[in-house]
Design a protein around this ligand. Structure first.
Ligand code: NAP
Ligand code: FE
Length: 375
């Protein structure tokens, strides 16, 4: 008997001019806090489109542009206060996964004035402020997920908050906003999206719908990765490819919105936290070994992933992911560090929610293979 649930209540508006020409903005309120990073909103062109839209609709806005990559819990706590003081009715997040995730958490703190920063992970709460999301990278799929991933120095790691109130109300997918991404960011964020589509396929919560989304997403992402790998500069990546990557990453985001991610993500967080490796770049070290590990338990599904990526096996997948000069996989770490990272990540829920659960020794072997000083 088929038993399944799939819920992803995000209104997606896509195509060139999707934000600029949106006619329904008035329903979200009269005052908006724009949450973004240092420059992505400006260089992508999304900020000026938002400003024109708000001017036309008579919406007052303020800009909070303090979001750093891998947003800190303290930054989003401050953002909550800014949103409250401004009296924001809703939020507009513009940027990569960092500003979009940050905007979700800003929305929580704005709606829950007495919440202490660390309570965001555990305390019952009032629903976050409504969020409209404008991705400027094609990677995290945060515009269609109910997750906000925050960096928490007190635990020396990232931690996620989830909740149906964190699904953006609208996601605006305009590939023009991703054109300004340098090749390295294009490639690493595309690897992140590929990780989502692939990891979700091997999680216990995978369903007929998430599988269908994975099958649709991977060929778009694999084609995009191949073209981005060859690009010398951002302008070598065509609009058509930018479009494929953006849609592929949104589809992959819908996958993880229901399935969650696997050990690729939890292990990657160590490289990001301790070595400042960008998120997708960190995933790249582990994705092929993840599929090779799952292949032992569910060989047909692993073979399907290889075929969707257009490669023969795990080695072919690693080759595809490591093929971009702008994103070399050359980090090498001492054995004690690798043991520490295996120890730190083995109990993560990402690890245990997979159809086959990797042991600490097996995870350490993966870390040694890809990051060991003799690798
Ligand atoms: P990001 O951290 O948002 O951005 C990386 C860099 O790229 C930043 O310097 C950013 O500039 C710049 N950038 C973004 N868009 C640009 C554009 N169009 N042109 C030029 N530069 C641009 O990168 P990301 O990989 O998209 O997001 C990573 C975060 O998302 C991590 O914290 C990760 O844990 C999280 N994540 C969330 C989910 C989820 O489901 N919510 C899933 C996977 C990952 P600015 O500094 O100006 O912003
Ligand atoms: Fe990710």
């Amino acid at each position: 008997m088929l038993s399944m649930e799939f819920y992803n209540p995000v209104r997606i508006v896509s195509g060139r001019g999707a934000l600029r020409n949106f006619e329904d903005i008035g329903r979200f309120g009269k005052r908006c806090l724009i949450v973004t990073g240092k420059s992505s909103a400006k260089v992508s062109g999304a900020l000026s489109d938002a400003e024109a839209l708000f001017a036309k609709a008579g919406i007052e806005y303020e800009i909070f542009d303090a979001i750093e990559p891998n947003p800190l819990l303290s930054t989003v706590h401050t953002g909550g206060k800014v949103a409250r003081e401004f009296g924001a009715d809703f939020l507009l997040g513009i940027g990569g996964g960092s500003p979009l995730d940050a905007a979700k958490a800003v929305g929580i703190f704005a709606a829950n004035p007495d919440m202490e920063p660390e309570d965001i992970f555990t305390a019952p709460r009032k629903d976050a402020l409504p969020l409209l999301a404008v991705p400027t990278t094609a990677g995290t799929g945060s515009e269609v997920t109910p997750y906000s991933i925050l960096t928490v120095p007190s635990i020396e790691n990232k931690k996620s908050v989830a909740g149906d109130d964190l699904f953006p109300k609208v996601a605006f997918l305009d590939p023009d906003y991703t054109k300004s991404m340098p090749v390295s960011v294009t490639f690493s964020t595309a690897v992140d999206a590929l990780s989502h589509a692939v990891e979700g396929f091997f999680m216990k919560k995978a369903s007929l719908v998430s599988d269908a989304l994975t099958r649709q997403a991977i060929p778009l992402l694999a084609q995009g990765l191949r073209q981005a790998a060859k690009a010398k500069s951002a302008s070598d990546i065509t609009c058509e490819t930018r479009e494929k990557l953006l849609y592929g990453s949104a589809l992959a985001g819908m996958v993880i919105s229901r399935t969650g991610t696997g050990f690729v993500h939890s292990t990657g967080y160590m490289l990001t936290y301790y070595h400042d490796v960008p998120h997708g770049h960190a995933n790249a070290y582990f994705l092929a070994d993840f599929v090779a590990f799952m292949e032992q338990a569910v060989p047909e599904r692993a073979k399907e992933i290889y075929a969707l990526c257009g490669v023969a096996d795990a080695d072919g997948l690693y080759k595809l992911i490591s093929s971009c000069e702008a994103m070399p996989l050359d980090l090498r770490l001492p054995a004690e560090r690798l043991s520490y990272y295996a120890e730190r990540t083995i109990g993560a829920k990402n690890v245990v929610n997979a159809v086959s659960v990797i042991s600490k020794e097996e995870l350490l072997a993966v870390l040694q293979r890809r990051l060991g000083e003799k690798a």
